[in-house]
Design a protein around this ligand. Sequence first.
Ligand code: PMP
Length: 402
Amino acid sequence: MSYVANRLSVVKPSASMAASQAAKALRAKGFDVIDLGLGEPDFPTPPHIAEAAHKAALAGETLYTASAGTPALRAAVAEKFRRENGLDYGPDDIVVANGAKQIIFNALMATLNDGDEAILPAPYFVSYPEMVKLLGGVPVTPVCSAEAGFRLTPAVLEGAITPRTKWLFLNAPGNPSGAVYTAEEMQALGAVLAKHPQVLILSDEIYEHILFDGRSFVSFGQACPELRARTLIVNGVAKAYAMTGWRVGYAAGPAALIKAMTTVQSQSCTSVAAPMQAAALAALTGPQECIPAFKAAYERRRNLVVAGIAQIPGLSLPPPEGAFYAYIGCAGLIGKRTPAGEVLADDVAVSNYILAAGHVSSVPGTAYGLSPFFRISTATSDAVLIEAIARIARAVAALTEA
Ligand code: PMP
């Protein structure tokens, strides 16, 4: 008999981690594998941010902090929301945690009762449904098709809401699709939500600064101020400042929800490590030049990947509007035969084939709730992306009609 708790039986390990491990295993056998499975910025954290952590540690910022985050960091987060999003939050409306992921986990832990539903528009970030299930909730995953720009429409939202709906998750720019919403599109969703007061809204805005073609970011909080009392805005320093490994995320929302999330945190990890909070403070209050510089690089790579994929028969990629992924449609490859004689039945087979034949790792769309697609990360150098596309093209060219 297993000693693992029953609640874990419904949870899958992260698919992007699994893809990355498969790539590492192949690499360990001596193959030159390009790992585009995991999505994280390939830039180093700006030095002034790293120095702030070092200085804080040497200056004695080595103790537990307030569970919600240091007063200085919460003030800087409030100032960030004012400066960048036109949103007015006080220190009691803000909580800091070990990454946006822990923010989301704490929010669900603090609110879900068994059987409560969370609407996760598909394609969704892989961790959303697993966290919901782990905490006793039920993921409801309406499909947002490529034809609909991977966006949730008011009609689809209306159809997904039930009396058990506790949360609607929105994530724009989205992982994996890169889709964003205009203020009007968010307001149209807001009009549906206004009729269902039991629904809380989690707006995951972690890719806020990675937005292309001259678009400017509109926070859900800004688009739908009338829903503020039930909106949690999730963000963090990981993507904007190339700080994934520093593990600092934050959220703004109604004080009662923030308080409940802080209680969860105080009884689990106590607080984010003090020097890491000092680093996040430096990120939010220091020079901001890295943000446009990173964005320009991601946009150039997006363009490169879109142009490359357009040359490969059987694959499709509408230009992602933000974030650093390409969610590539592979319907044209399903049913084709590999040189080894296998018929590609689904996007898992496609992703496995591209790894085996092209030595490029990706994550199959099934992990994001929408098939047949596979996701590659574009947060790597232009040269690596060019080589990866050439390999994918060669692997696809070797397929034959079944
Ligand atoms: N939300 C989305 C949509 C993400 O893609 C990610 C990271 N892949 C996170 C949250 C996690 O952010 P953090 O590193 O701050 O936990």
